[in-house]
Design a protein around this ligand. Structure first.
Ligand SMILES: NC(=O)c1ccc[n+]([C@@H]2O[C@H](COP(=O)([O-])OP(=O)(O)OC[C@H]3O[C@@H](n4cnc5c(N)ncnc54)[C@H](OP(=O)(O)O)[C@@H]3O)[C@@H](O)[C@H]2O)c1
Length: 347
């Protein structure tokens, strides 16, 4: 099968955000799709062959392999290197190519510096357990170390010729469970004075989950950063306001340092606000040259809002997506202090 054509696809996961998008995009492109999961998160998509099992169970993996072969495997749910090695070894005889979904968190200097695929990666052995590494502030993280170990585990088994490593930055879109864009949209729809953090000119580069999914289906072997086209925070939050809460008023608190000193935690309390120089400076030109296309932030925002209006809830049953966000009382207090400070500066 030539790259970019449809065939038999196995998605490990497939019911949840990126995995779900991969299944949806693949079915639309004529792939015959199998999904493998335990049956706990999300819902199955009609039209796929379902195999229930646990990726940490070697017996389940052997049963899965007996249902092959597949032209392509997309693995969105690998986090533990030694388990990743088991998955890869079980599937090697029955899978032509393996796409492993990693993260920009594998870079030793994320989010401090601009990054390319040649930037230094955290070191983690391919047989490491779930707790390898350590959490720093602002990085690195156990998550980044272990994703790096998972990359090694897949490469060791499938080899560079049959492996695609995708390193997405922040992904947004329908079915998002981290509650980043859904939080902003809910905040706009509540109306009133909305704390907009940092400079409106600051560029961010979230990628639509469907763009990552489409790229995963056709990407050539190799390692690719996958981020979206840069957009200013002003344009992005402005569109959120237009779509979800036109009566809301964006109040730009342009002094990052001041906002941090008020005790507002970037990234978690106010999603997408991150001041470090490398957070939104990830080079995805290799992926673009290899076929990555972007729907654009307008579609991401509109479609996520439409999904929410239809009853979509981003927070997972397993508790993911419940990072503490900025509450109304703290927001109002900070905006009051900011307004007084601005008056002082004028006077
Ligand atoms: N969110 C972001 O902005 C971002 C940024 C960079 C990278 N990433 C990466 O992108 C990926 C996101 O993927 P995602 O949201 O689609 O998937 P995910 O949340 O990692 O995986 C969930 C899927 O895997 C299945 N699953 C979980 N544990 C399993 C087990 N033990 N055995 C079998 N199946 C299991 C779940 O179904 P069951 O529970 O039914 O088994 C579900 O279908 C992750 O790898 C993440 O690290 C995310």
């Amino acid at each position: 099968m030539a790259e970019g054509e449809s065939g038999r696809l196995l998605v490990l996961g497939g019911s949840w955000f990126l995995g779900r998008a991969a299944v949806t995009e693949a079915l639309a492109r004529g792939w015959s799709v199998t999904t493998f999961r335990r049956g706990r998160s999300g819902a199955d998509i009609p039209g796929v062959e379902l195999i229930r099992g646990d990726r940490t169970d070697t017996g389940d993996l052997a049963r899965l392999a007996s249902a092959g072969p597949w032209d392509l495997v997309i693995d969105t749910s690998g986090y533990v290197p030694r388990e990743q090695g088991e998955v890869a070894r079980a599937l090697k005889p029955v899978a032509e190519r393996f796409v492993f979904v990693s993260s920009v968190s594998v870079y030793a200097r994320w989010p401090l510096e601009p990054l390319t695929e040649a930037s230094e990666v955290l070191e983690c052995p391919p047989d490491a357990g779930p707790d390898f590494g350590y959490d720093g502030d602002p990085g690195p993280s156990v998550y980044g170390f272990t994703k790096a170990g998972c990359e090694q585990a897949v490469l060791e088994v499938f080899g560079a010729d049959r492996t695609v490593i995708l390193r997405p930055g922040v992904m947004l879109g329908p079915y998002e469970y981290v509650d980043r864009l859904p939080w902003w949209l809910r905040r706009m729809s509540r109306g009133g004075r909305v704390l907009a953090p940092g400079s409106p000119d600051k560029e961010i580069q979230p990628v639509d989950v469907r763009d990552v999914a489409t790229f995963a289906l056709a990407a050539p072997s190799g390692v690719f950063n996958v981020t979206g086209t840069s957009v200013s925070t002003g344009d992005f939050l402005g569109r959120c306001r237009e779509v979800a809460g036109p009566s809301a008023e964006l109040v730009w608190v342009t002094d990052d340092r001041w906002l941090i000193d008020q005790g507002v935690r970037q990234w978690t309390e106010l999603p997408l606000w991150r001041t470090h120089a490398g957070a939104w400076s990830v080079d995805s030109s290799a992926a673009i040259a290899a076929g990555l296309r972007t729907l654009g932030y307008g579609r991401t925002i509109a479609d996520t809002w439409a999904w929410m209006q239809a009853g979509g809830v981003g927070v997972g049953d397993d508790g993911r997506g419940v990072e503490r966000r900025l509450g109304p009382a703290k927001e109002a207090a900070i905006l009051g202090t900011w307004a007084a400070r601005e008056l002082d500066h004028c006077g």
